[in-house]
Design a protein around this ligand. Structure first.
Ligand SMILES: Cc1cc2nc3c(=O)[nH]c(=O)nc-3n(C[C@H](O)[C@H](O)[C@H](O)COP(=O)(O)O)c2cc1C
Length: 390
């Protein structure tokens, strides 16, 4: 149970930091190299200020909106986050259930510790999206795409910013590769640090430790083990050619995640993307990539209404969500904001993260003098120079 004084995402982050061993907390919290992009993601929101309409009475705020044709209760989805079962034994099941209760979308990462069918069962209402890495090649992908279709996942998210793994130096220092390996004996040198977090350690050991990825099934061999999947991730770039192939075998909408430039936005449209996620992977891949919020206007301009434009990276408050929407996003995805909740208190923690964001959204909308998400536009924000955006 979370205490009532957890009132914002920063409080949830502190709660997660207390509950989780350093190696697991840093896996969520950290970014690539000097973490410049990670910090810029958050900073970019601070440089945008609001232009409220005052002396307006807003009795009720309508936060609901459509994303890829599905109704969500607020303009928000949970981003794909791998290895969630390491953070909490219920992992993706807990997050998917909390998303369903809150009426927001859930995106399941390829690097899930639970079968996609079980996650679909935990989230019967959707929207439910499946994020695909091409681990193990096309035969593996073909099978999981068919399973996702049968389990009623409605969109396929293709992450394009992982030509190789980003260098997350905190993970290397903390020995996260050991924790995520199949050899549990290799954990022995790290035991003193893990023993300092007995509640997490007990639940991890009772869970048996996530040891395979049940949605990466190699034909004739079964689910890929952790070590193999981590190695494969380093050589699993998705190319534009792969996107053409995926377009042929997946009948539903395709969402391209990891677009930061007008060129890539144009290519994604060309390949039939129904939505684009402006994202730098939460600052976990290319350090020095622009803050996602700064890349958003260029992509919105290029797409020009031909697809839904979403964004993620750095969202810690409801006001951040609204700034992204004013700058042209249809909705946002949150990664760390809910992962801190998962680490702090499992499903309750994810629900708390979503309640916090919803309360922020409602209050900020009222203070902006805006009654519905559909009414938001650029005139509600000023760019960093202080000039009105239009
Ligand atoms: C712990 C963690 C694991 C992630 N795993 C994946 C993944 O498996 N696939 C993917 O496309 N993105 C992954 N991401 C990136 C998120 O989908 C999202 O782009 C990012 O978290 C957004 O930034 P934010 O954390 O500041 O909200 C991960 C992010 C985190 C924090």
């Amino acid at each position: 149970m979370l205490p009532p004084h957890v009132v914002n995402i920063a409080d949830l982050r502190r709660a997660a930091e207390r509950r989780l061993p350093r190696v697991v907390f840093d896996y969520i919290d950290g970014g690539a190299e000097d973490e410049v992009t990670l910090q810029e993601n958050e900073r970019a929101f601070r440089t945008v200020s609001f232009r409220p309409r005052n002396a307006v009475c807003v009795d009720r705020c309508e936060l609901d909106t459509n994303v890829l044709g599905s109704r969500v209760s607020m303009p928000l989805l949970l981003a794909p986050c791998g290895f969630s079962r390491l953070v909490h034994p219920r992992g993706e099941l807990a997050a998917a259930r909390a998303a369903a209760k809150a009426g927001v979308g859930f995106t399941l990462s390829t690097m899930s510790g639970y079968r996609l069918e079980d996650v679909a069962h935990a989230n019967p209402s959707g929207p439910l999206w499946y994020q695909l890495y091409l681990l193990g090649g096309r035969a593996v992908a073909e099978e999981v795409i068919e399973r996702a279709r049968l389990a009623r996942f409605t969109a396929l998210v293709i992450t394009i910013d992982t030509a190789t793994s980003g260098m997350r130096e905190r993970d290397v220092r903390n020995g996260s590769n050991v924790l995520m390996s199949d050899n549990k004996l290799a954990m022995i040198p790290f035991l003193p640090r893990l023993l300092a977090h007995p509640r997490w350690l007990t639940s991890y050991l009772l869970d048996g430790g996530p040891s395979t990825f049940p949605n990466i099934v190699v034909p004739g061999r079964g689910p890929m083990c952790l070590q193999e999947a981590r190695a494969a991730l380093r050589h699993s770039a998705v190319t534009w050619k792969d996107l053409s192939w995926i377009r042929e075998i997946w009948p539903g909408p395709i969402v391209v995640k990891g677009v930061l430039t007008r060129d890539d936005a144009a290519k994604a449209l060309d390949k039939g993307a129904a939505a684009i996620i402006v994202s730098n992977h939460g600052g976990r891949q290319l350090d020095g990539a622009p803050a996602a919020l700064r890349a958003l206007p260029e992509v919105v301009e290029t797409v020009n209404g031909r697809a839904d434009v979403l964004m993620d990276g750095g969202i810690r408050r409801g006001s951040d969500v609204l700034k992204a929407i004013c700058l042209g996003a249809r909705a946002v995805l949150v990664g760390r904001a809910y992962m801190y909740g998962l680490g702090a208190a499992g499903e309750d923690g994810v629900s708390r993260a979503l309640e916090i964001l919803r309360a922020d959204l409602t209050r900020t909308m009222a203070l902006l003098g805006c009654a519905s998400i559909a009414e938001l536009n650029q005139s509600f924000v000023a760019p960093p120079s202080g000039q009105p955006a239009c």
